[in-house]
Design a protein around this ligand. Structure first.
Ligand code: C5P
Length: 242
């Protein structure tokens, strides 16, 4: 069941390069933020130590490593992520159903083996850096971006995954097609009046929640704010209002 408490619905992106910078951001957000996203840069630099750092402070981890490999390799990676005690992880839906099924099954088995909650397994569908022209001309996909997003999300659901990462533009379509039990995680969130950075498609926290997102991933609007704790609190209030 997706989280309902605003604090459980905000995921802050730990987009920093070192353990010290990660610890500094955790310090600044202590008590306000409960979940952090660790991506490939920080994990490649620090490894499992950064997952441990977050978990030792009583917070949850979304391990955003977007696994995409043969089924046995992805299953092994998912198993290791569960061993680290992550709350959420993701794999590329374009790995196909044998890979997706292997990921879902590995998460269930590892949760039993390590006696930890089963991490939510999310599908990455179409990277937001791809547009229709790239999809069609380079990747030979004859669908619109939205059509392909939906196709891959449906494939992931059939294979037993729990949800998908959606840009603000895709939330409604995916929610309507896949129903309320499908977990939707949305980056590209910008509070009203703040800059968009390099995000092409953004939504306010209120709009993303109202469109049907379960979790919001927010990076720079919090990390780069003069007072990160105040920025996070304002987003939590917006989530609660929505
Ligand atoms: O700083 P900002 O709020 O834009 O950070 C959003 C986070 O979500 C970053 O870690 C970014 O890599 C990630 N992300 C994204 N768009 C996607 C998928 C992930 O911005 N489509």
């Amino acid at each position: 069941m997706p989280a309902r408490d605003p604090k459980d619905r905000l995921i802050v992106a730990l987009d920093v390069a070192t353990l010290d910078e990660a610890a500094a951001l955790l310090d600044r957000l202590q008590g306000v933020v409960g979940t952090y996203k660790i991506g490939s840069q920080l994990f490649t630099a620090c490894g499992p130590a950064v997952v441990e750092l977050v978990r030792k402070r009583g917070c949850s981890v979304f391990l955003d490593l977007k696994f995409h490999d043969i089924p046995a390799t992805v299953a092994g990676a998912v198993r290791e992520a569960l061993r680290l005690g992550v709350f959420m992880l993701n794999v590329h839906a374009s790995g196909g159903s044998p890979m997706l099924k292997a990921a879902a099954e590995a998460a269930r088995e590892a949760a039993r083996e390590f006696n930890v909650p089963k991490a939510l397994c999310l599908a990455v569908t179409v990277l937001t850096s791809l547009d229709r022209a790239l999809l069609q001309r380079e990747l030979n996909v004859p669908l619109s971006v939205e059509g392909h997003v939906l196709h891959l999300a449906q494939l992931a659901k059939t294979a037993g995954l729990d949800g998908s990462v959606c840009s603000p533009q895709e939330i409604k379509t995916v929610r309507n097609a896949l129903g309320r039990g499908w977990v939707i995680v949305t980056p590209g969130v910008r509070p009203a009046g703040s800059g968009v950075d390099d995000q092409a498609r953004v939504a306010t926290p209120e709009a993303a929640i109202q469109a049907g997102a379960d979790y919001l991933v927010v990076g720079r609007p919090i990390a780069a704010a003069p007072d990160p704790k105040a920025a996070a609190s304002a987003i939590l209030e917006a989530i609660a209002r929505a």
